[in-house]
Ligand binder design. Structure first.
Ligand SMILES: Cc1cc2nc3c(=O)[nH]c(=O)nc-3n(C[C@H](O)[C@H](O)[C@H](O)COP(=O)(O)O)c2cc1C
Length: 212
């Protein structure tokens, strides 16, 4: 797999450009309405507060390590307070096939997390190569991120035009994990979409996947 670098440069966990714009990490209140305490035996660190014993050196090393992981990029969309909303997310994955489930990890400062409810519909818009501008747009803090963006309603959530793939989900459970919350979602519909090539994110740069 080759990741083709292009379009935008980032220098922190999610992106220095967006952070430089002052849009990331607004320090919003934690989404306590979604936090479900996970008390099962052997539950690792789930349900606990962030480990304040972790040194900043370890955090920086871990961040640098995870920047090495090539990932896809999606925009998670949902109705938030009567307004369509979306957030750029790279921490998403297929969780189960029977039944089909997806998981999405949201920072506890996310406005999407603060507004979404268990049982609510959401959309996973897996971005196409050439949609880095959308990834940047939805990584900013704004109540009107979809203004001027082409989208339709699909299974009750905004489906962005021109995406690489689309999954309609319903939020089933919210599991706390340190400074993030994992949304476990039931898949309602799923389709590869019109654009053939994916948007990828690696070492703070957007790219795509090509077969040598
Ligand atoms: C490439 C990229 C990947 C990102 N991945 C995530 C992620 O997996 N989870 C997350 O909570 N934020 C992620 N972010 C940051 C959010 O998009 C950003 O904090 C956004 O402002 C949150 O919007 P909201 O507060 O409206 O939900 C990512 C940003 C970029 C640029």
């Amino acid at each position: 797999m080759v990741s083709v670098i292009g379009e935008a440069a980032f220098d922190d966990a999610w992106g220095g450009r967006a952070a430089a714009l002052g849009q990331l990490r607004s320090g919003r209140a934690r989404a306590s309405h979604l936090r479900a305490v996970h008390t099962g035996a052997g539950s690792l660190a789930l349900g606990q507060e962030p480990d304040t014993g972790a040194t900043e050196v370890l955090v920086a090393a871990f961040r640098a390590t995870m920047r090495r992981v090539v990932g896809g990029v999606c925009v998670v969309t949902a109705d938030v307070g009567g307004m369509p909303h979306g957030t750029t997310v790279s921490a998403f994955f297929s969780l189960s096939m029977r039944p089909p489930m997806m998981a999405v990890s949201l920072d506890n400062t996310s406005n999407l997390l603060a507004g979404i409810r268990v049982g609510q519909a959401a959309g996973i818009n897996i971005l196409a190569a050439g949609q880095a501008d959308l990834a940047l747009r939805f990584a900013r803090k704004s109540d009107d991120k979809l203004a001027g963006v082409a989208w339709t309603s699909d299974h009750g959530s905004p489906r962005l035009a021109g995406v690489h793939a689309w999954v309609a989900v319903r939020v089933g459970r919210a599991v706390p994990g340190g400074d993030h919350t994992l949304l476990l979602c039931e898949v309602l519909a799923s389709t590869p979409a019109e654009a053939p090539a994916p948007l990828t994110y690696h070492e703070g740069d957007f790219g795509t996947h090509v077969t040598p």
